[in-house]
Design a protein around this ligand. Structure first.
Ligand SMILES: Nc1ncnc2c1ncn2[C@@H]1O[C@H](COP(=O)(O)OP(=O)(O)OP(=O)(O)O)[C@@H](O)[C@H]1O
Length: 264
């Protein structure tokens, strides 16, 4: 990939379900090394865009390029191998497994085929070591043996992010990672994500907490009713008339956009 090329390009993508147009002609780029927020009122189409980028859905029209290649027709599983990882809106860790075992599952999602999945013993111990090293490097080294279900929610959210990182992604997509966190946990998650970004991982985040969005991301793309209504600095997003209008009537205008949200 040439350095001038964005890491991810969403090009004039549209998607409808049962005749209902959910995404209309949306385009945006994500530059390598950046931290970009995808925001908008409830039902604006943010998760659908994530599903299109990660390959859960195929666009009706338009295309998606990643790392210099057109991935529009690439199956979801292969996109992980190309360097595109995602964590979900609701935690999908295996609660009965240990932290390190959950991270090892993230490593396996990066595996290229069946022979990688059936790990022989020596590879399993190497995977375990790598998972423990990754946890330690992210400041979670004291938790590897703990069963996930016993850990505080804020820690589990970080483990969910680390599990996505185990696939060694170029682009990390996070869907509402701060949902359910208190302000202190949100601030800690933000610092955690900045550390990850500083190691070179590009971050695309769907998030309602504007305090977190402003303090984490330089730029935002705003959707409303499936169309892009703003693309630019997070500094000015709350002053944009179209953005204000989009949030009008939603509780988020009061809680987050106009009031500016609780700064994390
Ligand atoms: N598989 C589907 N079938 C039918 N409609 C869908 C499907 N997926 C999403 N939609 C509709 O598309 C619209 C956008 O949904 P989406 O979940 O992408 O919004 P969102 O911006 O992520 O919302 P939220 O902030 O509430 O998570 C909604 O009206 C939703 O009902």
């Amino acid at each position: 990939m040439s350095s001038a090329q964005p890491l991810l390009s969403v090009n004039a993508v549209s998607k409808s379900f049962g005749g209902l147009q959910v995404i209309s002609d949306v385009s945006f780029d994500v530059e390598s090394g950046s931290r970009i927020a995808l925001i908008g009122p409830n039902g604006a189409g943010k998760t659908t865009i994530f599903n299109l980028i990660s390959g859960v859905y195929t666009p009706d029209s338009g295309s998606i390029s990643f790392d210099g290649a057109d991935i529009t027709a690439v199956p979801s599983r292969k996109r992980i191998g190309l360097g595109l990882a995602r964590s979900f809106q609701n935690i999908r860790l295996m609660p009965h497994l240990s932290v390190v075992e959950n991270i090892m599952l993230g490593q396996q999602s990066h595996a290229s085929g069946p022979s990688d999945m059936a790990l022989p013993l020596f590879r399993r111990s190497r995977s375990r070591r790598e998972a423990e090293d990754l946890l330690a490097s992210m400041g979670l080294g004291t938790f590897p043996g703990d069963v996930v279900a016993t850990l505080p929610y804020g820690i589990r959210k970080k483990i969910e992010v680390v599990r996505a990182l185990a696939a060694k992604p170029k682009l990390l997509m996070l869907d509402e990672p701060a949902a359910g966190l208190n302000p202190a946990e949100t601030a800690s998650l933000r610092d955690f994500l900045i550390t990850i970004s500083e190691t070179g991982t590009t971050i695309l985040i769907v998030e309602h907490d504007m305090g977190l969005v402003r303090s984490l991301c330089e730029e935002a793309v705003v959707l409303n009713f499936g169309s892009k209504i703003y693309e630019g600095s997070t500094k000015y997003v709350q002053d944009d008339p179209l953005v204000l209008e989009a949030y009008l009537g939603s509780r988020h205008v009061k809680d987050h956009v106009v009031a500016g949200g609780a700064d994390a």
